[in-house]
Write a protein that binds this ligand. Structure first.
Ligand SMILES: [Zn+2]
Length: 100
């Protein structure tokens, strides 16, 4: 079952630049929340186009694979890089070490 949450435009609890399911009660699409350049707000975006009809959204909890070690990851047990790729915690930490 999909756990729909009412979209509150003032909420800062929604993770930006991560795919979510969004709906207005008629259609269901995948969108990302992104900051509107030049405005102090966030809005939903699909393929670089803003959409303004979202009433509810849901997190997508597909199993993911670590892009480094290919270990299967579920839920919150992993980090994500800037492009949204899943990285397990051990790989994430060792990646951080390389830069130091
Ligand atoms: Zn890994």
């Amino acid at each position: 079952m999909i756990e729909w949450k009412k979209y509150d435009p003032t909420s800062r609890e929604i993770e930006s630049h991560i795919n979510h399911l969004v709906t207005d009660g008629h259609r269901v699409l995948i969108a990302q929340l992104a900051s509107v350049v030049g405005a102090v707000k966030y809005s939903w975006m699909i393929n670089n186009s803003w959409i303004n009809w979202v009433t509810h959204y849901a997190q997508i909890n597909l199993p993911a694979k670590c892009i480094f070690c290919k270990k299967g990851l579920v839920g919150e047990e992993h980090e994500r890089d800037e492009e949204g790729n899943a990285i397990c915690r051990p790989c994430f930490l060792s990646e951080s070490d390389i830069g130091e």
